[in-house]
Design a protein around this ligand. Structure first.
Ligand SMILES: *[C@@H]1O[C@H](CO)[C@@H](O)[C@H](O)[C@H]1NC(C)=O
Ligand SMILES: *[C@@H]1O[C@H](CO)[C@@H](O)[C@H](O)[C@H]1NC(C)=O
Ligand SMILES: *[C@@H]1O[C@H](CO)[C@@H](O)[C@H](O)[C@H]1NC(C)=O
Length: 183
């Protein structure tokens, strides 16, 4: 019996596939934290990252609003980049959410964030809001990151939300951007 000789080209090819497979996802969740300041106003029933399949992670969030309807919402989105500790980086925008939902073009950065969320959420219609806000198995894809001109690194997006002029809570999403090359 002869031992088959595997050409080196094939081995290189297999190794490349393994390496590429190991680095799936250019844009990945690392962690998520949610906080409501007043339990009598709102409560997070869910705030978690769940593995949906090999290398695929989905975000689940369910925030119960206890005083409905919601007719006026303000959000501040601040991006941080990790150097030694997280420092503000590139974006810090204040958005009138109900105004945005009427006219998304006025807020290009929030529009990118909303595009990423809307297919996975009931946060997809104009104000008023009369229900809990739910995000279900939201995945990140490489197309989303291709629209954001950020270098490789670890980031935090902080979203603080006020309704009727009162700060109600915040969400911190931690992500890694790794394009496999520098830009
Ligand atoms: C972002 O903007 C808000 C509103 O203008 C401000 O209160 C906040 O301090 C800013 N955050 C940073 C990190 O600059
Ligand atoms: C959302 O769904 C629409 C329609 O199915 C699709 O064209 C679009 O690419 C989706 N967006 C994301 C970010 O998945
Ligand atoms: C908004 O999301 C809900 C729940 O996912 C869905 O039933 C509804 O069709 C969506 N509406 C729009 C306008 O996309």
């Amino acid at each position: 019996m002869r031992v088959p000789i595997i050409p080196i080209r094939v081995l290189t090819f297999v190794a490349m596939i393994l390496i590429l497979h190991g680095s799936d996802g250019l844009f990945k969740y690392k962690n998520i934290k949610c906080k409501c300041y007043e339990k009598s106003y709102c409560e997070f029933k869910k705030c978690e990252l769940k593995v949906l399949g090999r290398g695929i992670v989905g975000l689940n969030m369910h925030v119960q609003a206890k005083q409905l309807p919601i007719t006026s919402v303000k959000a501040i989105l601040t991006m941080f980049r990790q150097f030694s500790g997280y420092r503000p980086f590139l974006y810090n925008v204040t958005v009138d959410i109900c105004g945005f939902l009427k006219n998304p073009k006025r807020f290009p950065f929030f529009s990118m964030v909303h595009d990423a969320i809307r297919n996975f959420s009931n946060f997809n219609h104009s104000c008023p809001y009369n229900d809990d806000i739910i995000i279900d198995r939201m995945v990140l894809n490489d197309e989303m990151i291709s629209r954001m001109p950020v270098p490789n690194g670890f980031y935090k997006l902080l979203v603080a939300v006020a309704t009727e002029g009162i700060w109600r809570g915040e969400v911190e999403a931690y992500v890694e951007v790794n394009l496999g090359y520098d830009r």
